[in-house]
Design a protein around this ligand. Structure first.
Ligand code: SF4
Ligand code: SF4
Length: 404
């Protein structure tokens, strides 16, 4: 009997470990993917701004949508689709978006992990101060929604640590995004001492998701009779909730991350439950959240409603030049080069002794122009102008006038 109990316990622990590792793997993949998307947008504007991948943008666009049937600048259907998915998961699995999808939340968890290693403990404020601080995010939500609706602009941008994160290394980091950068640094350093401080006290998206979360289908329950008061759940909770003395977790702060359920050493003591009281596996919360997001993203990507790439309006062979002059090939024409690198046609007339307009449309191979030679010319023009040809397309550095 004792052996059987031990086997059951070890299976339970193994499942919990697998779930925790899987959750971290998914969150890490999302963080890496979205970081790459943000970087790509910085390098070349062929990719949408990171705002288009944040559900909060649609909330800011709400008034523009009602009044003018249009999103605010930088926001697209992708943001609306992510908001829809977040609300759907909110109604089913509470703030599961925050716990299992949001890359900014995970970034703080990474720093939290480092903090646990350095300080060997987590720091919490007293209950009264915690309540006051948690309330700030609701003020942030209503303030920035009011500002966005009034100004018809993304009012939160300069203050947004997520936008600052995607501008790391850019010249605008300490000017346009200075406040966002300070909030980012404070949130990450704060995470060394206390888990997810930005999520707890400042995130307007978390505040918004508290609304569907209150109606949420699933709840964490604690079986008082089998609880051994080991406090492991409290120590594991990244939102600083008092799980160990709650019978039913009703707090809108719970992000359904399952950390408490996964660390609880006594089986069937801490578990998710349906409104009927029946047990709900933590795998369903995590898997269901992923399934909703994946299904919606796949369907809307196939339908071309979710766009991962900005429309350049260029032909494929010209579009690849947006990566830079090193992509010039023999099948490109001089018109492609003129269109993308904004070089005056007279420059080419002079350089290649062109005699008629048709030659601008002929492939370089037919004109006998070496793509490498052209790459060198474009680079020299941009060098002279002190600009980067890779940032030309819609980039702040603008284009090269040609000037020749
Ligand atoms: S109560 Fe449990 S599921 Fe909710 S945030 Fe805390 S650790 Fe995560
Ligand atoms: S981890 Fe489980 S056993 Fe320990 S205090 Fe929390 S609910 Fe009770």
């Amino acid at each position: 009997m004792q052996l059987l109990k031990l086997i059951v316990l070890s299976i339970h622990m193994k499942k919990s470990i697998i779930l925790r590792v899987l959750r971290w793997t998914i969150l890490l993949s999302i963080l890496v993917f979205i970081t790459v998307m943000g970087r790509l947008h910085q390098i070349i504007k062929l990719y949408p701004s990171i705002d288009a991948f944040c559900p909060f943008g649609t909330l800011e666009s709400a008034w523009a949508l009602i009044r003018y049937q249009s999103f605010l600048k930088r926001i697209a259907w992708s943001s609306f689709i992510l908001l829809f998915s977040s609300i759907t998961t909110g109604l089913l699995f509470r703030r599961s978006f925050c716990g299992n999808i949001c890359p900014l939340g995970f970034l703080q968890e990474l720093f939290g992990l480092a903090g646990r290693g350095i300080f060997k403990r987590r720091f919490e404020f007293g209950p009264r101060l915690t309540r006051i601080l948690r309330f700030i995010k609701y003020i942030v939500l209503f303030t920035f929604l009011a500002l966005a609706w009034k100004t018809l602009g993304l009012a939160i941008r300069p203050f947004d640590p997520w936008i600052a994160y995607h501008h790391l290394g850019s010249g605008e980091l300490f000017s346009e995004y200075l406040i966002g950068t300070i909030i980012l640094i404070l949130s990450l350093l704060g995470s060394l001492l206390q888990d997810r401080p930005f999520c707890r006290y400042l995130c307007p998206m978390g505040a918004f998701l508290a609304i569907p979360s209150k109606l949420g289908f699933s709840r964490i329950k604690r079986n008082e009779s089998s609880c051994i008061n080991c406090m492991k759940c409290n120590k594991a909770c990244p939102m600083g909730l008092d799980v160990a003395s709650t019978d039913v977790m009703k707090s809108a702060e719970c992000i359904s991350c399952s950390e408490c359920v996964n660390v609880c050493p006594v089986e069937d003591t801490l578990y998710y439950s349906r409104p009927s009281g029946k047990k709900l596996s933590a795998w369903i919360i995590f898997g269901g959240t992923l399934l909703i997001f994946t299904t919606v993203l796949v369907l809307t990507t196939v339908n071309k409603q979710f766009t991962w790439k900005a429309e350049s309006g260029l032909e494929k062979k010209a579009e690849r030049l947006l990566w830079g002059p090193q992509k010039i090939r023999e099948d490109n024409s001089l018109v492609d080069i003129i269109q993308v690198f904004q070089i005056h046609p007279s420059f080419f007339v002079e350089k290649f002794n062109l005699e008629n307009d048709e030659q601008f449309y002929q492939p370089l191979s037919e004109l006998g122009i070496d793509p490498a030679e052209l790459e060198g010319m474009v680079n020299s023009l941009y060098e002279e102008a002190g600009r980067d040809p890779k940032r030309i397309y819609g980039g702040s550095s603008g284009g090269c006038s040609g000037g020749h």
